[in-house]
Design a protein around this ligand. Structure first.
Ligand SMILES: N[C@@H](CCC(=O)N[C@@H](CS)C(=O)NCC(=O)O)C(=O)O
Ligand SMILES: [Fe+2]
Length: 226
């Protein structure tokens, strides 16, 4: 079972994955403001939520993970390098997470933040903000490091071209891409070497995220205190 949900305010994608036989499932990157929506989808599909996973400590919205743990008893999963006290599972690179007969595998992909983690499930990758469609997460705050991000994206690019890419955000309504498409078309990466990528990232000059001052402290407690 698979659903891609969207938060309009932060342009965040939330993913719900479940094993159709056992109904055990996981959610990736829930948004606190969408808590009631997420609960109703989970209940409508009869999913027993085992894990709520944050691909990283978000700067642009408050996570819904803590609230989902409170109501449903799911365990909160974040990348080992986040070091978050509120996390139940600090997942290292390569570690599998099982739900029913399904397996999701963590891939440490630092660069946008140092704790960023992507996940592979079947034919698809959930890339968080490491790899966005025709773009990637910024590297100008939260321990951002363009060189590390380039190296992490190369690990994602090592997957077969037909692997689907489900990003953490899209600001232009695109929902899914593939490794082959991003290799060929992503303007920051296609035909660019590591130094060219670093130069592009260091020259982006993006505006300060609207919700960062409230999101970062709230996400240190997995979204429970705002
Ligand atoms: N305009 C948005 C921007 C948020 C933002 O900076 N998002 C981060 C991800 S947490 C990013 O990397 N965005 C990439 C981009 O804007 O190109 C806001 O203010 O919330
Ligand atoms: Fe982010």
């Amino acid at each position: 079972m698979f659903r891609q949900l969207f938060d309009d305010d932060s342009s965040t994608y939330t993913y719900l994955l479940a094993d159709a036989l056992t109904r055990e499932g996981v959610v990736i990157d829930p948004v606190k403001e969408q808590h009631e929506r997420d609960l109703s989808v989970i209940r409508e599909l009869g999913i027993n939520l085992k894990y709520t996973i944050d691909t990283h400590v978000h700067a642009d919205h408050v996570t819904g993970s803590g609230p989902l743990r409170e109501v449903l008893g799911a365990k909160v999963v974040t990348g080992a390098a986040t070091g978050l006290d509120c996390s139940d599972v600090l997942i290292p690179d390569g570690q599998p997470l099982t739900f029913g007969n399904e397996v999701l595998t963590a891939i440490a992909t630092p660069g946008h933040t140092d704790g960023c983690t992507s996940y592979r499930w079947r034919d698809r990758l959930f890339t968080g903000d490491t790899l966005l469609i025709n773009a990637c997460g910024r590297t100008d705050f939260q321990q951002g490091d363009a060189g590390r991000l380039y190296d992490s994206i190369q690990r994602l690019f090592a997957h077969p071209d037909e692997t689907l890419v489900f990003p953490g955000h899209d600001y232009e309504g695109r929902r899914v891409s593939s490794i082959g498409q991003e290799k060929a078309l992503n303007p920051r990466l296609a035909g660019k070497d590591r130094q060219a990528f670093i130069d592009i990232m260091n020259g982006l000059d993006l505006p300060y995220p609207r919700h960062i001052d409230r999101a970062l402290p709230a996400n240190q407690t997995c979204g429970l205190a705002v």
